[in-house]
Write a protein that binds this ligand. Structure first.
Ligand code: SF4
Length: 421
């Protein structure tokens, strides 16, 4: 039987997600949305670097006028890149901001603890989106599923896909098809499994919404790039995925060359990235990572021409990204956004410097106390910015030390870990 065609979702005037010949690249601001000048400046830099879609966080209703002003200033400066409002909990904020952006990203499971009420709130948002031509991304992350679904299926890839299907069905029931869907995880195997489940379920149901791919909290540097290429590349190689975000704990401008590389590599377009160490690394991750992750191969022998030391390091990184062999700790670090409560990039480097010997341990460094703990699903230890120069340290998902001054927190984390060993 022929597979149903992927729906095409229009975002703003000119952008289409779901066109089989093009993988859309996107990113997210890490400025505070109420700092309108900084957010406008960052959006301009991201658009100039090639972002086709830019997400900004909208923590509450009081940020909605800022979003409206950011959009107005960008459009009057001739920057037409569509904006996506990132909503975490409040359907009211989503409804208020929907008229002023081209797309709203939500996890309806977090709208309300009562599932029926969460459904009613999504239906109300759909009405506003229909009226204003605003698209929706249903964005579920491993670790932030609603209680209703985890009670039924556990915190599993299948649960992620089932939850997404339920929300997509509600969109269909409300005759609303301007929807993109994502199921992110920092664990590449979980993420690939979840998207594959959902893709099969949508095919069976006969309506295939376009998918937004990402490895969430991938970290930074070589590891963040390689992990993103392995996770996203495995799905794109299967023909799954229509838009991508490479999330790095760096300046978001740095995400775009990696995303463009992936988009070109898997669309069969010429690669625009010049020959470089980075390109060699990304090519190797895309060439070998998917078959390792899918267990079609067990080893890789690299000869990049950049030296035996580099080849061995790159092989270790790709094996770890595919979760086949761990040669160092696994770091989960959010990219930061307008909710970030401290200097995340600096904190991440300090934590890495103290813990690099802890092979196989999963350590999360998260930007905010509101969403960080929920998003670091699989971490053994969590290091979370509280604001006001303080950090909370978590063991699994339980806080064990709170209000630690930032200057002391990396040492405290190491003390706690060593006391357990
Ligand atoms: S955990 Fe990080 S990316 Fe997620 S909302 Fe908080 S600061 Fe933003």
């Amino acid at each position: 039987m022929k597979s149903p065609e992927i729906l095409k979702v229009r975002i703003g005037k000119d952008l289409v997600i779901g066109d089989p010949s093009h993988i859309v690249i996107q990113t997210m601001c890490n400025t505070h949305t109420d700092d309108v000048d900084a957010t406008v400046a960052q959006c301009k830099a991201l658009a100039a670097a090639g972002a086709e879609l830019i997400r900004i966080t909208v923590p509450s209703s009081k940020d909605v006028p800022c979003v409206r002003e950011i959009s107005r200033r960008l459009r009057s400066a001739g920057v037409d890149t569509p904006l996506v409002a990132d909503i975490h909990f409040s359907s009211r904020t989503a409804i208020e901001v929907a008229p002023y952006v081209e797309k709203v990203r939500i996890n309806p499971g977090n709208f309300h603890p009562d599932h029926e009420e969460a459904k009613a709130q999504l239906a109300r948002l759909i009405e506003v989106c229909k009226e204003h031509g605003t698209a929706i991304r249903i964005g579920l992350n491993h670790g932030s599923l609603g209680k209703y679904i985890t009670e039924l299926y556990g915190n599993t890839p299948l649960a992620m896909a089932k939850a997404a299907m339920e929300w997509l069905q509600l969109c269909i029931d409300n005759d609303f098809y301007q929807v993109v869907v994502s199921l992110k995880s920092s664990n590449t195997v979980v993420m690939v499994d979840a998207y594959r489940h959902l893709h099969s379920m949508m095919e069976e149901a006969g309506v295939v919404f376009p998918m937004h791919l990402g490895v969430t909290e991938a970290g930074n540097g070589d590891s963040g790039r390689i992990k993103s290429c392995v996770g996203i590349g495995t799905l794109l190689e299967m023909g799954i995925g229509n838009t991508i975000r490479v999330s790095l704990t760096e300046d978001p401008v740095a995400e775009l060359p990696v995303a463009r590389f992936l988009s070109e590599y898997y669309s069969g377009k010429p690669i625009s990235m010049p020959e470089s160490r980075e390109r060699t690394m990304l090519e190797a991750a895309c060439k070998y990572g998917p078959s390792l992750l899918m267990h079609r191969s067990d080893t890789l022998a690299l000869e990049t021409g950049l030296g035996a030391g580099f080849d061995s390091y790159l092989a270790d990184e790709i094996m770890q990204a595919a979760r086949r062999r761990f040669y160092k700790p696994e770091y989960i670090a959010c990219p930061g956004c307008g909710r970030t409560m401290y200097n995340l990039q600096e904190a991440f480097e300090q934590v890495k410097a103290r813990t690099s010997h802890l092979k196989g341990m999963v350590i999360a460094v998260m930007g905010c106390i509101v969403n960080g703990p929920g998003e670091m699903a699989d971490a053994d230890w969590g290091y979370v910015g509280e604001g006001n120069g303080k950090v909370s340290i978590y063991k699994k998902n339980v806080p064990v030390l709170m209000h630690v001054p930032e200057s002391e927190a990396p040492d405290k984390l190491l003390e706690l870990i060593e006391a357990e060993q």
